[in-house]
Design a binder for this molecule. Structure first.
Ligand SMILES: [Zn+2]
Length: 314
């Protein structure tokens, strides 16, 4: 837009573009414009105090009425195409990560559910996990070491190559933390999502359901059907920008985070990132305290498709 308007400017930095003010004869760049998803195009000048919206800027520079400027913005400021699939894994490889450094702790046992030790198998079944999901998602457990007494859900980069894990306690020990994630020095890769292992090829992607935890993702998978919607889980900590890019490679995204403060923050963060990438995610809000794992399959299935078909937008 700025190029089309002939405004000289520096490259965007931390959500702002700085440039020579289009409202006064500016010798040094004293004007800046916001390029974040929120308040996109809001601008102001420290020297002459001019400022306003993107449409106001266009009206001033092109000397047209505001209404016409709005139309011009609509034509020029829309993302031309989602710049997603090509960049993932090419430009966005984090330089500070050593690929392949992460290893699942050696005590983790991966294998078919029938061969699991009884407490691990009983816990998995109590959470509704089925034998085909244990194989499809390469789930495991540990009876020794730091992860002893935990169901281990590896986050696979690709088959056999783990990037991280989530370990859910199934011991009766009340002092145990419910979830454990890798410590910083284990070198887990936060840009890999649980779920992406089984995503369809880019051309075949349709619906993605985003949950906070892998157990919820598997509950959705059982309810909706493995072939009907793909899965992604955000894990315990925030939304990584690269994860948002990956999620935006699906044309339809349903956000199914818990209806609690943490879940609402995660949904808000992800929603803003996806909208900045030109996507319009839907949110399915369960009742407060209600978990996807607790719902009857038919109810969860109906809720997912209604949220996707309806107008419930983030
Ligand atoms: Zn100015």
């Amino acid at each position: 837009v700025l190029a089309a308007l002939g405004v000289r400017h520096a490259p965007a930095q931390r959500g702002w573009i700085q440039g020579n003010c289009p409202f006064h004869d500016d010798k040094n760049p004293s004007w800046r414009i916001r390029v974040t998803a929120e308040r996109y195009g809001q601008h102001h000048c420290w020297a002459c105090k001019a400022g306003g919206t993107l449409a106001g800027l266009v009206a001033h520079v092109r000397k047209v009425p505001l209404e016409e400027a709005r139309g011009w913005v609509g034509e020029h400021a829309e993302p031309e195409e989602a710049p997603i699939p090509e960049v993932v894994g090419v430009d966005l490889v984090r330089r500070d990560l050593k690929p392949g450094k992460f290893r699942l702790p050696p005590e983790v046992v991966i294998g078919p559910l029938a061969g699991w030790v009884t407490p691990a198998r009983a816990y998995a079944q109590w959470r509704g996990i089925e034998a085909w999901q244990v194989e499809r998602w390469g789930l495991g457990y540990a009876v020794d070491g730091e992860l002893a007494g935990r169901l281990v859900v590896p986050v696979w980069r690709s088959a056999g190559v783990a990037a991280s894990y989530m370990a859910r306690d199934f011991s009766e020990d009340r002092r145990a933390r419910r979830y454990r994630y890798p410590r910083a020095e284990e070198g887990a890769d936060p840009t890999v999502l649980f779920g992406q292992l089984n995503w369809p090829d880019e051309g075949a992607r349709d619906v993605l359901v985003v949950t906070e935890g892998a157990l919820n993702a598997m509950a959705v998978e059982r309810a909706v059907g493995a072939g009907e919607a793909a899965q992604a889980s955000l894990g315990g900590s925030g939304v990584h920008a690269i994860c948002a890019l990956k999620i935006a490679s699906f044309p339809r995204v349903l956000v199914l985070t818990d209806n609690d403060p943490a879940g609402n923050v995660a949904a808000g963060e992800l929603g803003a990132m996806l909208r900045a990438l030109g996507r319009r995610p839907c949110r399915l809000r369960l009742l407060p305290g209600e978990d996807a794992c607790d719902l009857a399959r038919a109810d969860l299935r109906a809720a997912v498709w209604r949220a996707l078909g309806g107008d419930v937008r983030l």
